[in-house]
Design a protein around this ligand. Sequence first.
Ligand SMILES: [Zn+2]
Length: 293
Amino acid sequence: MKKYFIYAYLLIVAGCFTSCGNDEEVNVNDSIFATGTTEKETAFDQWLLENYIYPYNVRVKYRMDDTETDVKYDLVPAEYNRSIALMKIVKHVWMEAYDEVWGIEQTQTYVPKLIQLIGNVAYTESGMILGQAEGGLKVTLFRVNEIDVDNIDPITLNEFYFKTMHHEFTHILNQKKAYDPAFDRISESEYVGSSWYQIDDEEALQKGCISPYAMDRATEDFAEMVSIYVTNTAEDWEYWMRTAGNTGRPILERKFEIVYNYMKDSWGIDLNQLREIVQRRQNEISLLDLSTL
Ligand SMILES: [Zn+2]
């Protein structure tokens, strides 16, 4: 049972489960303000206009909106102050990391157009927790109310939120420019679809997949490689390579070579440079003012 919940938790980290690859339409032209309500514009709304809408054309919805989330889940709204803190951090560690590596115009063109914030986690009738990311246009970040604004843990944040965003962003890039199909064939016989959550980290690594979720299918494998690479240190990566051992390591290295070359040749992104930038910015979170708008 414990194992079940650990992997249920990982679904959030993976950022997508049943919803990943679902091409649900998102109307990117909607106002950032909840429509049909009497909600007043807040100082945060104004900040979002200046920091997300104008520079990136990204809408951030921190209010609950039943049209954006499935009402059968028992969801609570993201708290105002925690939403402010999270969006300040996302801007510094995620958006501006890409700005630094390839310029703000590129970030603006490809970034998911809608970020929905939810206070808690989502459960289905079976108790499963869901993370959501739909069609590359919308990312839902759950568990916002767990952020301790006065005691930020950058590594946990990276795992909770930024890995999800890098993962989804990789799907978007893959949709724009295809990667070398040789990647799909390397672990073709190892992919297990939705049974991935029954696999533990070590087993996945030894089979040549960087995470259990990478064993779902090739496109998830690719997105996991990018997102795990850039949100962890070189030492972490090397530890996983050692864990993968004589069988898994060569497979992971072959796949990573394709991933690295794709990002470099198709997008001009050096994953080593992006990782350095992400790590540096993560360490700068403690210097940010997370409350003043
Ligand atoms: Zn995915």
